[in-house]
Design a protein around this ligand. Structure first.
Ligand code: SF4
Ligand code: SF4
Length: 146
């Protein structure tokens, strides 16, 4: 008989403990998001694929088409093309392509870039079953950015 009441007491105690935890957590800010309708803000050191940095003054990029990022990339996934244009002293960037299927996110290209024209993006919604979806025209991407 004593065991019967001990069991009831112990059951009631665990029920109350459980309810108090539920009540406490109910009023806390949720740590989860309603993905894909909501997305996380990535941390400053997060490494998404590289992208051209938008120059705040000119609204375009800071790339001088030197090709050091391309040459320094151990995976050979960058293709930079610059063109001499009339009336312009430096080469004008006409293509900046990234094959993200080969990129190891090592950061060598960013380290090589003296004008600071490239950076890691905060992009993380990149799932796809098509390889072609990971070939990026970074110049076009920059123009499409608001
Ligand atoms: S992060 Fe590394 S692997 Fe990726 S493009 Fe830059 S240099 Fe190449
Ligand atoms: S991104 Fe930087 S390193 Fe690459 S071509 Fe442009 S200026 Fe040179």
């Amino acid at each position: 008989m004593a065991g019967y009441f001990t069991n009831i007491l112990s059951g009631t105690k665990s029920l109350l403990v459980g309810l108090s935890i539920t009540q406490r957590e109910f009023f806390k800010k949720p740590v989860t998001l309603q993905y894909p309708w909501e997305s996380l803000e990535m941390t400053p050191r997060y490494r998404g694929h590289i992208q051209l940095v938008k120059d705040g003054e000119t609204g375009t990029h800071k790339c001088i088409s030197c090709g050091l990022c391309d040459k320094g990339c151990p995976s050979g996934c960058i293709t930079v093309k610059g063109e001499k244009q009339e009336g312009v002293k430096v080469k004008v960037l006409v293509r900046y392509d990234l094959d993200f299927t080969k990129c190891s996110l090592c950061g060598q290209c960013i380290d090589n870039c003296k004008p600071g024209a490239i950076e890691f993006s905060k992009e993380y919604n990149l799932a796809s079953t098509r390889k072609e979806d990971f070939y990026y025209d970074l110049l076009k991407r920059l123009k499409e950015q608001k």
